[in-house]
Design a protein around this ligand. Structure first.
Ligand code: 5GP
Length: 191
């Protein structure tokens, strides 16, 4: 069991058979030391594919994605969930939110990516892969290339994993969950 899995066992809360709450260390209150280790782990894993930018979605993905970008010494682009009036030439796509059960418009400035960019997508959770589909769409509209996807927590019993693997992208999750059993997390490696 790695450092993130241990922290989830210690401080995570299972809210239902599908939702894990990690807002005391990952996506509301954020533990910077934990984020630094997460960033190192993603950077070590993905450095050989030579990403030129890290991408994520506000807000939960920003902390792990920023630490990954810091370790890889490349910029982070985070997509916004509403169009700011300051954007000159925005790219848009619709994303269905698993936790909020509603759609939102994902948005980024076209000039944030160059067609030569090799994009590494980092997010806090992988569930049904809707955020991944949105990022893949924006990267493709910008003419750039998605080269890998890293998630802090993956719920491998949902469909996101197969969407990503079917398309042939490298996928790496630090804490892949097979299922929740009452109030216990069953890790993929225990299955
Ligand atoms: P997906 O787009 O893969 O369907 O869902 C991923 C997004 O939904 C993540 O960025 C995260 O914000 C949210 N999410 C999915 N599952 C969970 C969960 O179990 N707990 C929390 N806190 N967020 C989740």
């Amino acid at each position: 069991m790695n450092f993130l899995q241990k922290r989830i066992e210690q401080d995570g809360r299972i809210l239902s058979s599908r939702i894990l709450k990690v807002n005391t260390f990952l996506n509301h209150t954020v533990d910077p030391q934990l984020m630094a280790r997460i960033g190192q782990a993603f950077a070590d894993h993905f450095k050989e594919i030579h990403p030129t930018k890290v991408m994520t979605i506000e807000a939960g993905g920003i902390a792990p994605a920023l630490m990954t970008a810091l370790d890889l010494d490349i910029p982070l682009v985070y997509c916004k969930k509403a169009k700011p009036s300051t954007m000159d030439d925005p790219l848009f796509t619709e994303v269905f939110s698993f936790t909020k059960q509603t759609s939102y418009t994902l948005c980024m400035e076209r000039a944030s990516l160059d067609p030569e960019d090799r994009v590494l997508f980092i997010d806090d959770f992988l569930a049904n892969g809707q955020a991944f589909i949105g990022i893949e769409n924006l990267v493709s509209q910008a003419g750039a290339k998605l080269v890998g996807c890293g998630f802090c927590i993956e719920k491998a019993f949902q469909s996101g994993r197969s969407h990503i693997l079917e398309k042939g992208y490298p996928l790496y999750s630090l804490a892949p969950i097979a299922r929740f059993e009452e109030d216990r997390v069953i890790w993929l490696e225990e299955e």
